[in-house]
Design a protein around this ligand. Structure first.
Ligand code: ADP
Ligand code: MG
Length: 345
């Protein structure tokens, strides 16, 4: 039998309390991440990819967020029931996060070395169970030296040449791609089980994007990392990920092995996304063949939220959220077209 998944998000609902009302941003999300997965989470902007992913390390601020229902099981425990302190330790030990903009993640007034050493030490301090041998504690100087060595090792691991020298540079002396490498180095410094990369290449030059994505794939192979990669570009996941999950307006509507989804997308929304893959490297595609926009989450349409844009809409679609139907071998789709194992569309 398959191993227990690393992450299991079950029927997760999230709301955002805003001045305009309560936005129903997650509408019963189900998502499984297996150990060793490089899972691509795709969907148009505003579909709830970041809220879903950042709920695992509990990095979505509350308020405005609240979670009326659901479970987020990571390493066998429900993250939604954990205290802030427990979460801090859990993040330090088990979860690395890389964000979109590599400039905001680094402080311009300190060298890479100062920032990496501080981050490595802060992470160690957050883990109360580091467990030094009783009666022996390294001095602060010894700990800083060890952290310095570790910083250089990490920079080498993420492919920064002449790491011993370059560690003393300031962020502005690094290119955007090199800064993102530094942030990836920091994210993996605690040997996390899970790396969440939220549109990690969107702010980078096209020529550098592929290098960063290749680095992430390499880390999955070399250090047993499991990655949740968020991107609005399904072309990126096509090249990199073993599995894909497609989100639309607060639901995962289709999930499965990359090859199956590319060859035979089932959900009308996924089919629209596939037609939108740009055939050059320009990045963002528009949804050709699917008219309209993501609906307002303040007053979302009932039933399947895609029904307002779906070419196959029926009355049933307006009545309830379609449950996931299994197509085969882990390929699942939430759409009434497949209700009786059917193969329409
Ligand atoms: N801090 C917040 N306050 C209010 N609304 C938010 C906040 N964060 C996200 N949202 C809303 O939640 C929805 C999902 O957002 P997000 O997960 O960031 O989408 P994606 O990452 O797919 O682009 C959007 O409608 C967004 O406006
Ligand atoms: Mg996002």
């Amino acid at each position: 039998m398959a191993e227990t998944p690393l992450v299991e998000i079950r029927n997760l609902y999230a709301e955002m309390v805003t001045f305009d009302g309560v936005a129903k941003v997650l509408n019963g999300v189900d998502l499984t991440i297996n150990k060793g997965d490089l899972l691509g989470l795709v969907g148009e902007t505003g579909c709830g990819k970041s809220v879903t992913a950042m709920t695992i390390p509990r990095l979505v601020p509350q308020p405005p967020a609240r979670y009326p229902q659901g479970q987020v099981i990571f390493r066998g425990e429900d993250m939604l029931t954990k205290s802030a302190d427990a979460m801090r330790e859990l993040r330090a030990q088990h979860i690395g996060v890389v964000f979109q903009d590599p400039m905001t993640g680094l402080n311009p007034v300190f060298t890479i070395e100062q920032q990496m050493v501080d981050a490595i030490l802060a992470r160690q301090n957050a883990i109360s169970s580091t467990g030094f041998v009783r009666g022996w504690m390294p001095s602060n100087r010894q700990r800083r030296l060890a952290a310095h060595d570790k910083a250089i090792q990490l920079l080498r691991r993420v492919g920064i040449p002449e790491a011993e020298k370059r560690v003393h540079a300031y962020p502005h002396e690094f290119s955007g791609g090199m800064r993102q490498r530094v942030l990836i180095a920091l994210a993996i410094s605690g040997q996390p089980d899970l790396l969440i990369a939220d549109e990690p290449t969107t702010a980078l030059d096209v020529s550098v994007q592929a290098q960063i994505l290749r680095l992430i794939a390499q880390l999955v192979r070399e250090i047993n990392l499991t990655v949740l990669l968020i991107t609005h570009n399904i072309g990126v996941v096509a090249q990199l990920c073993n599995r894909i999950a497609v989100m639309y307006a607060g639901n995962v509507v289709e999930t499965g092995p990359t090859r199956d989804i590319l060859r035979s997308p089932k959900h009308p929304y996924t089919q629209g996304l596939m037609r939108a893959i740009p055939n050059d490297d320009s990045g963002r595609g528009t949804l050709q063949g699917v008219s309209g926009n993501v609906p307002s989450l303040l007053d979302p349409p009932p039933g399947c939220r895609f029904h307002t844009r779906c070419p196959h809409v029926t009355d049933r679609c307006k009545q309830r959220i379609p449950p996931m139907h299994s197509i085969r071998d882990g390929h699942e789709v939430a759409c009434v077209l497949y209700e009786n194992g059917g193969g329409a569309a």
